[in-house]
Design a protein around this ligand. Structure first.
Ligand code: GDP
Ligand code: MG
Length: 754
């Protein structure tokens, strides 16, 4: 099969084009560095299928970071049949810098001139014919985001592959042109592949190249010393000279193909700048970010939008009055947020569907054990988890919008100032934010971080950024607290828990970077992407991907674990069906065994007979975090309490748990914190193992267990006995001082040795 590689600057739209060509749904984000590894797909719409490889973004073929090495090695070693060079048309000159290097290879090359929709909107024009003629290979205007012209692009590329291409260079007539020509001949005699490209690198004194061809390198440098006269006498900085020559050529020959619409040249920029003045303000920037985050959580979780129900008492009273089923969908404590409305609809749908199914199998004359298996073992678990899908999607829609507009990249910059004090650069923020979706891709994204220790520390704290699967736990328990005890709003509690996760992440980073993983934050340089309106298709693809993954999980892992939990809680050790007497079940005796472990956290031995349900739920959460709630749903059915009817799925089950076990608010919060901070799900733990240096994984596991245990214990004890706060603060201060003294001594020793 033919193989085409997509190469281009970061954020030029490679992944968008990749998705358009292959129909995949790879992550597209409006910040540089989203694609960290090459990704392969197949284009099937042409005469022959073509393998498409999406590469990480690069500015040049002289690599500095690991992902740049991946891209360079791919085009050099794998010899793709064609390189499709994506050029951001709104940033023509800088993007063509890479093009001038790619054209030195002997590989067929086609330029995909992307973002032409933006160009059109600005009224700018690029004379494609002229550009094509001057540059010497096909140039095709496309808009990756709209899928415009991508088939033409592929047709042109397939055409280009038919002829062999020999590299050309824009450096021929430059100061070093003769040196390059000489080196090329020498390398050609040695049968080196892509001689022109390597010749340029030799002249540049590229480290790898000089090592590979030492004799030629010496000859080339001698040639330059004898024959090339720089402006000032003395040694020429060949690398700078070559970069300069490339830009000069681009300005002289290619820039003129772009005609800008007559406009106040600062107009476009200033709009972005004006927004940045506010959004990235020195001290208001972070509070604004937190406010935006709260707004997002409010619109996703609140049952009292804008607190209208509280501000307008008469409205609040009207909302609280029982109405028809549809009234409660839209109004509860006030106006419901879009997220809650969708949740209610989903809840109503799954409940109705469930009733039908149960009525159906009862009509067929199924035995009580079978009915219980279907109702409690399968439907409750799956539906309990599925009900949260709408809210997860709403949350992700908001996050994708923030990301795609370019705002998140700015937040990374602002946070760099804070993170730096914790020994971590702002680069770590992007994977962390991705962690709100799922820890697995987030951990993989850390590969762009150059410093190994910094990267490892980041991988460890990513699970603290509560992922989509943990959201149902937060929401249901928060909802249980709000409805059962009548304290607080579910959305405020949920938001606080998300914040808690972030704070714990920062504190653990600080501790790690000062103890086991000491080091300075690596420099953080990133080009800020321009603000732009998010692409609708992109957003929908993203959501669809999320939904698909979630539903798949619900019908596989969650169904399976629900059945296991149901089985263990419905049968005793002698395989007798215990039905409602769950206390005699296998699960109950296992649960009671581990119960004491959780006593310091508040959901252990101090609870009543059924108290082991929390411990069991926390353990099943290690498989998949959705399992925590699915377990609740399965077990709640067997508790000897009547669940208040009319309570939402999830919340109702938690309320039943509270009633049956007598658990208090501090212990419930501690329970959420434990699930959020402990060992993540199986998939995330396995990913972490792959991303972390060998032998460090066991410490990472220990770190998760220890952190979650400690934080939950603190929450529980302080919540129950406020004065214990003093003990914890004192312990923290002592530890901090001890670390500081130890580090000072260690540093002094190091200095002495030197
Ligand atoms: P990559 O880093 O090169 O893989 O770039 P991405 O594919 O992740 O895209 C970067 C940003 O550019 C995203 O926000 C895309 O939505 C946006 N983008 C990509 N192609 C186009 C396009 O044709 N027009 C516009 N207006 N935006 C685009
Ligand atoms: Mg990409």
């Amino acid at each position: 099969m033919l193989q085409f590689a997509l190469a281009g600057n970061p954020n030029s739209g490679k992944t968008t084009l990749f998705n358009a060509l292959t129909g995949s749904t790879a992550h597209v984000g409006n910040w540089p560095g989203v694609t960290v590894d090459k990704r392969v797909g197949v284009y099937k719409k042409g005469e022959t299928p073509v393998e498409i490889v999406d590469l990480p973004g690069i500015y040049s073929l002289s690599p500095y970071t690991p992902e740049e090495v991946i891209a360079r090695n791919f085009v050099l070693d794998e010899n793709p049949d064609c390189i499709i060079n994506i050029v951001d048309a709104t940033n023509l000159e800088r993007n063509l810098y890479l093009t001038t290097q790619l054209m030195e290879l002997d590989i067929p090359l086609v330029i995909a001139l992307n973002m032409t929709d933006v160009l059109d909107k600005n009224g700018d024009k690029i004379d494609v014919r002229a550009l094509e003629k001057r540059i010497g290979f096909p140039v095709v205007e496309i808009s990756a985001i709209r899928g415009e012209n991508v088939d033409t692009l592929m047709a042109r590329a397939l055409e280009a592959v038919k002829n062999k291409r020999v590299g050309t260079s824009v450096l021929k007539d430059s100061l070093l042109g003769s040196a390059i020509a000489n080196a090329e001949i020498a390398l050609r005699l040695k049968d080196v592949g892509a001689p022109l490209f390597h010749a340029v690198k030799l002249v540049e004194k590229d480290g790898i190249e000089v090592e590979n061809h030492p004799a030629e390198a010496r000859a080339v440098q001698a040639f330059i010393r004898e024959n090339v006269r720089g402006k000032a006498d003395g040694e020429i900085d060949t690398e700078a000279e070559i970069a300069d020559a490339r830009y000069k050529y681009i300005t002289a020959h290619f820039s003129s193909t772009l005609t800008r619409a007559r406009r106040n040249d600062t107009e476009v920029g200033s709009k972005s700048d004006r927004a940045d003045k506010v959004l990235t303000h020195k001290w208001a920037g972070i509070p604004i970010f937190l406010l935006i985050l709260f707004g997002i959580f409010h619109l996703t979780f609140s049952e009292n939008v804008l607190f209208l129900g509280s501000i307008i008492p008469s409205f609040g009273e009207w909302c609280a009055v029982e109405g028809g089923a549809m009234k409660t969908v839209f109004f509860a404590g006030g106006l419901n947020s879009p997220g809650v409305i969708l949740f209610n609809l989903m809840d109503w749908f799954t409940a109705t569907l469930g009733e039908w199914i149960i009525a159906g199998i009862e009509a067929l004359g199924a035995s009580p054990a079978i009915v219980s298996l279907v109702e409690n073992g399968i439907l409750r678990g799956v539906f309990g988890v599925l009900s949260f899908l709408p809210q997860i999607l709403v949350l992700f829609l908001f996050f994708s919008i923030l990301e795609d507009t370019g705002y998140m990249a700015r937040v990374a910059f602002m946070l760099d100032r804070i993170f730096r004090r914790f020994g971590v650069s702002g680069r770590a923020f992007m994977p962390m934010i991705m962690g709100f979706g799922c820890s697995v891709p987030a951990m993989i994204n850390t590969r762009t971080m150059a410093d190994e220790k910094e990267r490892e520390a980041t991988v460890r704290v990513i699970p603290f950024f509560s992922c989509g699967a943990k959201m149902p736990i937060l929401l249901a328990v928060a909802g249980g607290i709000a409805t059962w005890f009548g304290v607080g709003n579910a959305d405020v509690i949920t938001y606080s828990m998300y914040l808690l996760g972030m704070v714990v992440a920062l504190i653990s980073l600080l501790v790690m970077r000062n103890t086991t993983m000491r080091g300075e934050a690596s420099p953080f340089i990133m080009e800020l992407p321009a603000y732009h309106v998010p692409g609708f298709r992109n957003l929908m693809l993203h959501l669809w991907d999320k939904a698909k993954h979630f539903i798949q999980k619900a019908f596989t892992i969650i169904v399976a674990s629900s059945i296991v939990v149901w089985f263990l809680s419905s049968f005793g050790w002698s395989w007798n069906y215990v039905g409602e007497n769950m206390d005699n079940s296998i699960l109950a005796s296992l649960g009671k065994l581990v119960l004491p472990l959780f006593t310091p956290l508040g959901f252990g031995s101090q609870l009543s007979a059924d108290g082991w349900v929390f411990a069991v739920a926390a353990v099943t959460g290690l498989i998949a975090k959705e399992d925590v709630l699915a377990t609740f749903a399965v077990l709640a059915a067997c508790l000897n309490v009547s669940v208040q009817s009319g309570l939402d799925e999830g919340v109702g089950e938690v309320a039943a748990m509270i009633q049956a076990t007598g658990i208090g608010i501090p212990a419930l919060i501690s329970f959420i914190a434990f699930n959020m901070l402990t060992i993540p799900c199986f998939a995330a733990a396995a990913t972490a193992k792959g991303e972390i240096r060998k032998g460090k994984f066991k410490w990472t596991l220990l770190f998760w267990v220890f952190t979650s245990y400690l934080v939950s214990t603190v929450i529980y004890t302080v919540g129950e006995w406020w004065w214990t706060a003093f003990i914890w603060v004192a312990a923290a201060v002592c530890t901090g001082v001890a670390i500081a003294i130890h580090n000072k001594k260690a540093d002094a020793k190091k200095l002495l040795k030197k």
